[in-house]
Design a protein around this ligand. Structure first.
Ligand SMILES: NC(=O)c1ccc[n+]([C@@H]2O[C@H](COP(=O)([O-])OP(=O)(O)OC[C@H]3O[C@@H](n4cnc5c(N)ncnc54)[C@H](O)[C@@H]3O)[C@@H](O)[C@H]2O)c1
Length: 347
């Protein structure tokens, strides 16, 4: 059996999502991690033999087939360009692809030039509930698709980088809303052509997190090339755990998905217990713990798909290529432009 050697850059939250998923596949040897912190804990938790503070050292010393880039948004471009030029042939980059269009384009160009497979980690497209809903839509189960509503929200980011526009490229919309943005296009099978956005503008204009320099609330109405309408929302004002909801409307029916709180388990606990769902701050009283969040949010199937692309020399699915990351970023930045100008923005 072919086994590929994988390295991860970054060692905190997103790196953990990748490592948890990689460890489920015998085709993968999680060989090395490079990061500025948490190396000892991360390597012992996931059985990673080699650790580095400098990712270029990792590349020099390890013969890696694939690298997951799980660092703050503003570093995606530099790191992807560095490692593509250093000879790594397969790269998974976390969302958003970059914080600016020129950066995203540069990443795509460098990968093309160096014959590197650039894979864009949009986990929503691999969530089993999303895949099933898409099958039903494609089968004609709700008639002609008309309108899709999607949001991701929670109480605020754990990462200091995500709280600052200079590191993140924005606030809730670029960080959370990029999932619904990619999803509505994926489901409709059509690019977004125009947006009308509204958002707080960070600092004192924020609804709750006045210490964040990016927005803590944003929403947009979008129209796709094929006429399907959408509504995408992202916010950091939602307590009680991450809340990812989808509504899909067609001429003959509709579909509702609760990605995060749709667990079949109801628990009532007086003392509380270890973990229920992402960003939930306690577990006593009535809760609905996720059965397998890595699977239900799409991370496991996403990594499985990217491993298949590497081993069998395949192109990643539409929605998960570098250019799809660029498209999603263009929409997010158009939403910001619209929110600022108060006008509809065409892409
Ligand atoms: N797909 C998802 O659902 C999801 C969820 C969370 C985060 N993310 C994305 O993952 C990325 C990382 O987010 P996070 O929440 O893990 O952030 P984090 O702040 O928790 O961790 C960032 C990690 O990057 C490392 N790092 C910073 N600079 C580095 C450098 N120069 N070299 C090597 N390592 C460096 C830090 O040491 C840290 O380990 C972001 O782009 C974020 O948008 C995706």
């Amino acid at each position: 059996m072919t086994q590929i050697k994988v390295g991860i850059i970054g060692s905190q939250f997103a790196a953990g999502l990748h490592a948890e998923s990689y460890k489920r596949f015998s085709e993968v040897k999680l060989q090395a991690v490079a990061s500025l912190d948490n190396l000892e804990k991360f390597s012992s938790e996931y059985g990673v033999p080699s650790t580095y503070e400098d990712y270029m050292e990792m590349i020099k010393n390890e013969d890696l087939d694939l690298i997951s880039v799980c660092v703050p948004n503003f570093l995606h471009k530099k790191i992807v360009v560095d490692i593509a030029e250093a000879g790594i042939k397969n790269i998974i980059c976390e969302k958003p692809l970059a914080t600016t269009i020129p950066d995203a384009q540069a990443m795509i160009d460098v990968c093309k030039k160096n014959n590197v497979r650039l894979m864009y980690a949009e986990d929503w497209l691999f969530a089993p509930a999303v895949i099933r809903a898409k099958e039903i839509v494609e089968e004609g189960g709700i008639g002609k698709l008309l309108y899709i509503k999607a949001k991701e929200s929670h109480s605020g980011s754990h990462s200091i980088y995500a709280q600052k526009k200079e590191y993140c490229g924005g606030g809730a919309m670029i960080h959370l809303g990029i999932h619904p943005v990619a999803f509505v296009s994926f489901l409709a099978g059509s690019d977004i052509k125009e947006v009308v956005g509204m958002a707080t503008a960070g600092g004192d204009t924020n609804l709750l997190h006045t210490n964040y320099t990016g927005e803590d609330w944003a929403a947009a109405l979008v129209t796709m090339e094929n006429g399907v309408k959408g509504f995408v929302e992202a916010n950091y004002i939602t307590s009680g755990g991450m809340d990812d909801k989808i509504e899909i409307y067609g001429t003959e029916g509709n579909i509702h998905i609760d990605l995060t709180k749709g667990s079949p388990i109801d628990v009532y606990s007086r003392p509380g217990y270890g973990y229920a769902i992402e960003k939930a701050d306690f577990t006593h009283g009535w809760t609905k713990p996720a059965v397998d969040e890595f699977l239900s949010l799409g991370y496991v199937k996403e990594i499985e798909h990217f491993i298949d692309c590497v081993i069998n020399d395949k192109e990643p699915n539409v929605g998960t290529r570098g250019e799809d990351g660029l498209k999603a970023l263009e929409v997010v930045l158009a939403i910001y432009e619209s929110a600022k100008s108060g006008k509809l923005v065409k892409l």
